[in-house]
Design a protein around this ligand. Structure first.
Ligand code: HT7
Ligand code: ZN
Length: 848
């Protein structure tokens, strides 16, 4: 397959004013009749042929203005030569046959547990019918579905139904990637919503019979999202119905199809006994994310797939804002930054690094990345900091006014900010066009009562971009005096040059700086600070993010020093953390975050950034030793803390209660290191929620216990695959490094384990990849197992195989022996006959 370049963009030759689709559903022979009202695109001066995308379709008939014709077909398209087309508008009717039952790639129309469903983003509609499958071709769709299944759904508003059929009419023009169809034996959990302007909306969450009672939290999240978008962005819902369908076989988390969102069932279904607090938070965020796409993505879509961040970065930013408003902003920000560093910084630091707006791709599905999503959201956060909250709001209003109903670009997006503020954003645009995480070095000086902070930015080379320019970096800073009082509250420094100094006058004593408050830019801060200063900020910083960050930075330095040179656990870190742990004035959720040690992969990233080679086994040992030392240092206070938090309040998924549970479980994990899991075993037996059940099981497995509990968990939940994913993941996460690959192999190869389901596959292979010391074990068993299974999945589901292959993205960081083994596995994958273009592109990029 060939490379597509942003620079080659050309508007489509024609406009499609209307689309009428009829589906006669059948597992092996579905008929799709499409009637397209077409006219030449006035934006194109030439008179071009008509080329429609289409893959794996059996053409039954084709008529142009009612006359049968024989178009030119190849494996990817249907073409009608320019001289065969009428001069003005015309109608094209096609009938094709497809086989949804055999569609294991889960792209286009496929079947999951007897239900028909679709996934069209990014380029799946071409597997349903012949059509210009590109986001800048927007049209009005009418759909008729013929099937004996009881529930027949598509986009827009219902337009009639009868025995064996239903019709849907979507008044809003949309690109084909937002098309959706669902047919099945489904039950609805329903509610009503009235928009700010008084439009009544029917809300339905469709699930398999028996799952209706696990939809309440998703529905509540949807209603809160709808209200929030009205109140914060002034955006109302625009149809009479909003449907959500939960499906078990799905390549990603969810999909924002107009009026008919389709969700991976694990991000809809929740009850206290099956979902953890993290699951609840994720459901809330994903429901909001997909709903918010109705304006940022659907009403205003992307001109081409290079502009993916236009909808994804903005929608992630909006869902982060929403979660911050629903929960604790500080805790949310810390969680978001942890994710950003572990996924996006990792990506940006290796062979898969690419700009937020890439310039070329082979397979667009490979660019639904942490960079496009998470860094895309950070870039918007910086823009908001730079222009201020009010200008941000005016710019968004202008964006919605100016581009509603259009397919827009990043240039359009930046232009609304330029028009509202009069600022020139050409330097800011580098955040979209240049890959890599900037390194920000800080030096301080204190002379004659003047305090100076000097920043130097370095923008490291990334694949295809050897040289970079300085970026605009908003650096939020506060200053504390030696007593811990804030003497300069948060201000924003705007860095635009490679090296820049900022002076502070009128201070009585040399202050302690709190730099990059709220993580105001996605950069790596390189500041050599003594442990005492970190401990001081952990104790005194008024910025919650930087308070946490001080402890985090200290923990990373300690763990890296232990792994690199066998340094002892730092008493300064232990003391500072003890003070936070037992400070009852602090939010329990915040304290739980402080107690969470940096992940081993994070430390490998830190050591690599120091120019050294990380040793996974030593990092693993260091992390264990730190946890053990912490358990001893916190002493008896831990038991007290655990008892205080172990209340009998009835379950609520609220952030406040979840925070208490998180701290209780953190305490239980540490206590287990001292009592060998005695308390955890009784906590497991008494657990009143899945959070507690998983927390106790995890604590037991970490200290080599928990076999009986694993058996009882499986006996209770064996029939619920989404719950059993936790059971599988936990065993692999806690396996000893030398055994992790074998544990994963046993689980994925177990009779009856449905490894073809993306959730199952991702759980097992993803958990192995996340067991840093296990995946990178010197035997090479981790690399081999992941490669074996990628090769097995690729012919069936290339999209998921390609995504999971990112397990290998850090391979160049490690020692020669590991690199040799990883390279050999990647080359083995590349040598496979009939490798998909998805997986091929990923492996080739990783090999460099
Ligand atoms: N916009 C959706 C992306 C998505 C997707 C992309 C490629 C292949 C399958 C997919 N399923 C969903 C989801 C989102 O970001 O909201
Ligand atoms: Zn999205």
């Amino acid at each position: 397959q060939k490379t597509v370049y942003l620079a080659d963009y050309l508007p489509y030759s024609h406009l499609i004013d209307k689309v009428d689709l009829t589906f006669r559903l059948h597992p092996t022979a579905t008929r799709v009749l499409a009637r397209l009202n077409i006219r030449p695109n006035p934006a194109r001066k030439d008179r071009d042929h008509l080329r429609l995308d289409g893959e794996g379709l059996k053409l039954v008939s084709c008529r142009l203005d009612g006359q049968a014709i024989t178009p030119t077909l190849d494996a990817r398209s249907l073409t009608i030569a320019a001289h065969e087309l009428p001069v003005g508008a015309f109608t094209l009717e096609t009938e094709v046959e497809i086989a949804p039952e055999g569609n294991t790639a889960l792209e286009g129309l496929y079947m999951s547990n007897g239900m028909y469903c679709t996934q069209c983003e990014a380029e799946g509609f071409r597997k349903i019918t012949y059509y210009p499958d590109r986001p800048d071709v927007m049209s009005r769709f009418k759909v008729r579905i013929e099937s004996d299944l009881p529930v027949l759904l598509s986009n827009g508003n219902p337009a009639g139904q009868g025995q064996g059929w239903a019709e849907w009419d979507d008044p809003w023009p949309k690109p084909a990637y937002l098309f959706a169809l669902v047919a099945g034996d489904l039950r609805a959990h329903s509610a009503k919503f009235v928009t700010a302007s008084g439009r009544p909306v029917d809300l339905n969450i469709w699930v398999r019979p028996g799952d209706e009672d696990r939809c309440a939290y998703a529905m509540d999240s949807l209603i809160r999202s709808m209200r929030w978008d009205e109140q914060v962005y002034g955006r109302e819902y625009d149809l009479d119905v909003f449907n959500i369908v939960a499906v078990d076989d799905f390549n990603m988390g969810a999909m924002e199809n107009k009026g008919l969102n389709i969700f991976n069932s694990r991000y809809v279904l929740a009850s206290p006994d099956t979902a953890t607090d993290d699951d609840y938070a994720r459901i809330e965020a994903i429901i909001a994310h997909e709903y918010f796409h109705n304006w940022t993505g659907n009403r205003i879509t992307c001109r081409d797939w290079f502009q993916l961040c236009l909808k994804e970065g903005l929608t992630v930013f909006r869902d982060h804002q929403f979660s911050a408003d629903m929960r604790s902003p500080a805790v949310r920000r810390i969680e978001d930054v942890v994710t950003l560093r572990s996924r996006q910084f990792r990506e940006d630091d290796g062979p898969l690094a690419h700009p937020v707006r890439p310039e070329s791709f082979v397979e667009i599905n490979n660019f639904y990345t942490a960079t496009v999503y998470e860094k895309g959201a950070e870039v918007i956060g910086m823009l908001k900091s730079l222009v201020g909250d009010q200008a941000y709001q005016r710019a968004l209003d202008l964006y919605f006014d100016r581009h509603d109903g259009e397919a827009a670009t990043i240039e359009d997006w930046l232009k609304v900010f330029e028009d509202v503020t009069g600022r020139d954003l050409s330097q800011f645009k580098l955040w979209y066009t240049e890959a890599g995480t900037p390194r920000l070095k800080v030096e301080e000086a204190w002379n004659d009562g003047i305090y100076t902070l000097t920043f130097t930015q370095k923008n490291p080379p990334t694949p295809g971009q050897p040289v970079k320019q300085p970026k605009v970096i908003p650096i939020k800073v506060g200053l504390l005096n030696p007593n811990g009082d804030e003497v300069v509250p948060t201000i924003m420094l705007e860095m635009t040059r490679a090296k820049q100094s900022f002076r502070f006058e009128g201070l009585a004593a040399k202050p302690v700086p709190s730099i990059l408050r709220g993580f105001s830019a996605p950069v790596v801060l390189e500041r050599k600070a003594p442990p005492e200063e970190r401990a001081f900020l952990l104790a005194h910083d008024t910025d919650a993010f930087n308070k946490w960050e001080a402890g985090r930075a200290l923990a990373k330095e300690v763990m890296a020093a232990m792994a690199l040179k066998g340094a002892p656990v730092s008493p300064a870190w232990l003391d500072a953390l003890a003070a936070v742990t037992f400070d009852d004035t602090l939010d329990p959720a915040f304290r739980a975050l402080c107690l969470r040690l940096p992940a081993e992969d994070d430390i490998a990233q830190t050591i690599h950034a120091m120019g050294r080679i990380p040793d996974p086994a030593r990092i693993h040992a260091a992390r264990r030793e730190m946890a053990g030392a912490l358990a001893i240092r916190l002493g008896e206070g831990l038991s007290r803390l655990y008892r205080d938090l172990d209340d009998n309040a009835p379950f609520s998924p609220s952030a406040a209660q979840a925070g208490r549970r998180a701290l209780k479980i953190a305490a239980l994990g540490l206590l287990s290191r001292r009592d060998g899991g005695r308390l955890a075993a009784s906590a497991f037996a008494r657990a009143r929620s899945m959070t507690e059940e998983v927390g106790a099981l995890s604590a037991l497995l970490e200290v080599g216990q928990g076999q009986a509990e694993l058996v009882s968990f499986a006996a209770r939940w064996g029939r619920d695959a989404n719950v059993m994913d936790k059971w599988h993941a936990l065993q692999i996460a806690h396996a000893e490094p030398a055994e992790a690959a074998a544990v994963a192999a046993r689980l994925i190869g177990a009779p009856g384990f449905d490894w073809k389901n993306p959730n199952r596959f991702r759980t097992v292979i993803g958990a192995l990849a996340a067991n840093h010391a296990g995946f990178h074990h010197r035997s090479g068993a981790g690399y081999r197992l992941v490669a074996d299974w990628l090769l097995k999945l690729d012919p069936l589901n290339p999209q998921t195989a390609a995504r999971v292959s990112t397990a290998f993205e850090t391979w160049p960081r490690y020692d020669a022996a590991r690199r040799k083994r990883a390279r050999a596995e990647l080359e083995r994958i590349l040598a496979a006959p009939d490798l998909s273009s998805d997986l091929r592109e990923m492996v080739e990029r990783m090999l460099g």
